[in-house]
Design a protein around this ligand. Sequence first.
Ligand SMILES: Nc1ncnc2c1ncn2[C@@H]1O[C@H](COP(=O)(O)OP(=O)(O)OP(=O)(O)O)[C@@H](O)[C@H]1O
Length: 243
Amino acid sequence: MAIQISHVSKSFDQKQVIKDITFTLPSGEICCLLGPSGSGKTTLIRLMIGAIAADNGTIYFDDVQMPNLNMLRKIGFMPQNDALYDDLSAEANLRFFAGLYYVDKNKLEKRLDEVLALVDLMEHRKKLVKNFSGGMKKRLSLAAAIFHHPEVLFLDEPTVGIDPVLRRTIWSQFQKIKESGTTIIVSTHVMDEVKECDKAALIYNGSLIQYDTVKNLLKKTENGRVEELFFNASRDSKGGALQ
Ligand SMILES: Nc1ncnc2c1ncn2[C@@H]1O[C@H](COP(=O)(O)OP(=O)(O)OP(=O)(O)O)[C@@H](O)[C@H]1O
């Protein structure tokens, strides 16, 4: 499913935190929203999934304007803070989420095995989530977000607090999900993760300062580090260009 965002703005308490953002993400690609803390990444995701309404602009998933209740079944969302039940086992958590998305009972057991294997938690399926490590919780959250085969998957800082080895494992899972045709939008602070993505949207102070293929964005830098684009934006903004 392709995503088209046109002139979207959002203010909280009269402060504009998303400023006239426009970009289109083709179906089946991974796009990262990259930006400093507070730049507006989570707000943009919340606007895209329809959790909050935009003040101006439109968001389309293919030819359907968001927010749209039917579309919710086609969306997977992994929030920044894991929304899991600590007193339930991994398996019971997944059964709960499957119920929310009306997953067909005949397909439930097979899907449970599939997602638990994908996130490498098969042997921990009966364990209570309160006894999980941070990384295990992240992987279970991912399993919950993809359980119903979403066509679009939103991941809000999915690797925060995750060690580099596990981060690599999680990214290989994202690539597998992409190969199944899912469009993925992932917000991150981690500049290295940008190289895993097809496109990157650089958000600075609520504005989209760059949107391009990762290849092209890296070409615009002197030493192949995407941070440079933010340093330039910060310098320009001090000069008033972005205010
Ligand atoms: N519900 C809200 N009410 C008021 N202000 C809000 C609300 N949600 C977000 N903001 C403000 O909007 C701005 C952008 O926040 P947002 O969470 O989107 O940033 P972010 O880029 O996701 O940050 P981080 O990387 O730290 O998660 C911040 O100044 C934040 O305080």
